[in-house]
Ligand binder design. Structure first.
Ligand code: SF4
Length: 734
């Protein structure tokens, strides 16, 4: 607790209460105690007195009770030497200041002419609007309830330049916040600065000039109090509920520009009672621990270009970006759209060029929200038909963000990118593939817009987790090559987190329906020992995704009764698949390739298929471009298996599943593997050997054919016969 802040706030409250006392005495002498006092057209009397104390003040005489309450709350001004820090006294002083503000402002309404306009917007050269009437309060207050307006910023003081004032106001407007303006410094306020620059002010533009006086700040808090009474079900006098409602539901903060005098400190202390923190551009000290406010109470000094984002961060405000700022149409309607080769302007990553997508968690101070960097050539520097590598690094920060949530956010890139008209996205991790159409290019779509999509959608859909999103897009081949290794290490570490957890040890699996945008009947059932086909979702990810979005595409699947432990069939899983496949699939074996296998979408990392004459299976990873012994390349196989079909003899799956004990368990597991292309075999060597060793087979990988020894089924048979592959002595597959 800062002694400087406390002393100034308490001193400011004393000054304001003394001023209220003087003003009230004069008004009583001049106008008499029966003179009516009211804010215009409101049923909430003087809202702070009514809401916090339950006082229905209607006359000048009635203000004496409020003054009395203010005096009762005033703590002594801290002594120079002996002082015990106590936040409670500062908060009391803040509340006393608010009572004093309301007295002074109420008396202004007895003046003739009225110092305030009673309209919703400034007019006839008059700027100040004072208290909102009930029509405005209901119309605007409901926006705070339904989320149309995430909150408000109460700006006090004056910016060093008009340019900073305009920039700050625009930034707040872009975030749909209301801006309440009051309390000038040396005769000038931000409202006047905006007026000088021709900025439209008023309730309609959400830039509301309450008044020049420091006491006009009360109209913002009065508005908040009325919102609690009107929408929060709080009763007059139930100050606890009113303050709690504001802390939890009205995301507001104070922005203080320029020197902060004692009276402004007192306003800040008053706002803290409501859970509204203060952020200043000058060094006024800090009150950092959370408590009354969700996070810090006073933060300073904050540079002008950071002050809005800092305030949003400190208040824990979740900002949604209403429109994705890109030059092409955007919406779920475009999700199923493909960009064919002849329509394509540029091809990114995929089978021809390297690429990766990685979400990483950072500290809030490490990244800048909305920063989008492109390393390498932009779309407009590339010729039509170009193929470029594409690395996507998304750094996110948020007080509720956890590294466990990274894969979930990462997998959403697919969904979010596909919503842009003329953008096609497939795959994930280091098998991403993106195409931008000629039409999108002509409309002005650039790589940087890929970042704009992610930035907007992460805020919109995962605002509860992320406060800042910074994106780096890499089309420079050397830079992608430099970073891809670290990305792969991260993928591997994520997969390893699951090691040791078995399907038997849990009673709930998770479904994933994300790929239904391409494969309408496809359901991934994610178990500890069988990750999602794309490799991007394991069981822990499914669980975390469900925690983040309880109504999202990952739902818990209670296993229910075991129907076949070897084939991997459970009553609960069948039920889930039946419902989610639109009643097209009744039986679903999680561990079988032959009998009612899992459906495949289009995002799988690998395809395995039966080689009948070999009594075994072959497995190919999606990056292998060559012919396989099945007589099909990966792309043809993917077309055969994908689309959400159950295709006996074929399955799409993750790389990780190959090393699982449950890999085609129904057909005898890894011992059935007779062909795998060399690069995948080398990559998976240890896992494959480890599993085979559990069946008593040493160095099993050497018994598996690859393209260097066999490219047809006949050649595979010759090879496995020569090396005495165990598949040949296993039960017939059909
Ligand atoms: S492949 Fe499966 S786990 Fe991966 S996103 Fe698609 S439905 Fe989800």
């Amino acid at each position: 607790m800062s002694k400087i802040i406390a002393t100034k706030a308490i001193r400011g409250a004393h000054a304001l209460v003394a001023r209220a006392d003087r003003t009230l005495r004069t008004a009583l002498e001049e106008q008499g105690p029966k003179t009516k006092v009211e804010f215009p057209n409101t049923a909430y009397y003087l809202p702070i007195a009514y809401g916090i104390l339950g006082l229905k003040i209607e006359t000048l005489g009635g203000l004496k009770d409020l003054l009395q309450e203010a005096k009762k709350l005033l703590p002594p001004i801290p002594a120079e030497k002996l002082w015990r820090p106590f936040l409670g006294q500062t908060l009391d002083a803040g509340m006393a200041a608010l009572f004093a503000d309301e007295i002074i402002e109420a008396i202004k309404y007895t003046e003739n002419p009225l110092p305030y306009l009673t309209e919703a917007n400034p007019a006839d050269g008059r700027l100040w609007l004072g208290a909102a009437n009930d029509v405005i309060m209901r119309e605007r207050g409901i926006e705070f309830v339904d989320g149309t307006a995430p909150g408000f910023a109460a700006i006090v003081g004056c910016c060093p330049t008009n340019e900073i004032a305009v920039k700050t106001a625009r930034e707040l407007q872009e975030k749909d916040l209301y801006v309440f303006l009051s309390a000038g410094t040396n005769g000038k306020s931000v409202a006047q600065q905006l007026q000088e620059e021709g900025v439209q002010l008023g309730w309609e533009t959400r830039l509301v000039p309450f008044g020049d006086d420091v006491t006009a700040t009360i109209h913002g808090l009065g508005f908040a109090t009325r919102a609690a009474l009107s929408f929060g079900g709080a009763k007059p006098g139930d100050y606890e509920r009113i303050l709690q409602y504001n802390k939890n539901r009205i995301f507001a903060f104070v922005l203080a520009f320029g020197p902060v005098d004692d009276e402004k400190h007192a306003q800040a202390a008053g706002a803290i009672n409501f859970g509204f923190p203060a952020i200043a551009d000058t060094d006024i000290g800090q009150i950092l621990p959370a408590g009354i406010c969700t996070y810090e109470h006073v933060v300073s000094p904050v540079p002008h270009d950071k002050i809005v984002s800092k305030a949003i961060e400190v208040r824990g405000l979740k900002v949604a970006i209403s429109k994705v700022p890109i030059p092409v149409s955007y919406g779920p309607a475009f999700q199923g759209e493909r960009v064919r080769k002849e329509e394509m302007y540029v091809d990114m990553a995929g089978q021809k060029k390297p690429g990766f997508e990685l979400v990483i968690t950072r500290n809030l101070s490490e990244i800048e929200d909305g920063r989008i960097t492109v390393i390498g050539p932009e779309v407009d520097q590339l010729a039509e038909g170009s193929q470029v590598p594409f690395g996507v690094v998304i750094e996110v920060a948020g007080r509720k963000m956890q590294p466990d949530f990274e894969p979930i956010l990462e997998r959403q890139i697919h969904d979010f990118a596909n919503r842009a008209h003329g953008v096609f996205h497939m795959g994930q991790r280091d098998i991403n593939w993106v195409r931008i159409s000629k039409e999108a290019r002509q409309a002005g779509f650039k790589f940087a817009h890929f970042g704009s999509i992610i930035h907007a959608m992460y805020h919109n859909e995962y605002g509860a987790l992320v406060d800042k999103v910074q994106i780096t897009l890499i089309t420079d081949e050397a830079e992608v090559a430099k970073r891809i290794g670290a990305a792969r290490t991260t993928y591997h570490e994520r997969d390893e987190r699951l090691a040791g957890l078995t399907d038997e040890a849990v009673d709930t699996f998770y479904s994933c329906l994300l790929c239904q945008s391409f494969a309408p009947n496809h359901v991934c059932v994610i178990t500890p020992e069988r990750s999602g086909l794309c490799g991007a979702y394991n069981w822990l990810d499914g669980k975390a995704a469900h925690q983040i979005k309880p109504a999202g595409p990952n739902q818990p699947v209670p296993k229910g009764r075991v129907l076949d432990a070897v084939k991997g069939q459970w009553a609960g899983v069948n039920e889930c698949v039946f419902q989610n496949s639109h009643k097209t699939l009744e039986v679903f074996n999680v561990y079988s390739i032959v009998e009612f296998p899992m459906t495949s979408c289009g995002c799988f990392e690998c395809v395995s298929c039966v080689l009948p004459t070999c009594n075994g299976i072959m497995t190919v990873y999606r990056e292998f471009p060559g012919m396989t012994p099945s007589g099909m390349k990966f792309s043809t196989l993917a077309g055969t298996v994908g689309g959400g079909l159950q295709t006996p003899g074929f399955i799409g799956h993750s790389k990780h599943y190959i090393g699982s004990r449950k890999f085609i368990l129904a057909e005898g597991g890894i011992r059935r593997l007779v062909w795998m292309h060399k690069s995948l075999k080398e990559e998976m060597r240890d896992e494959i050997n480890r599993r085979a060793a559990e069946h008593g087979l040493e160095n099993f990988v050497e018994l598996v054919a690859d393209e260097t020894v066999a490219t047809t089924e006949e050649q595979v048979l010759e090879y496995i016969t020569r090396v005495n592959h165990p598949a040949l002595s296993m039960a017939a597959l059909f």
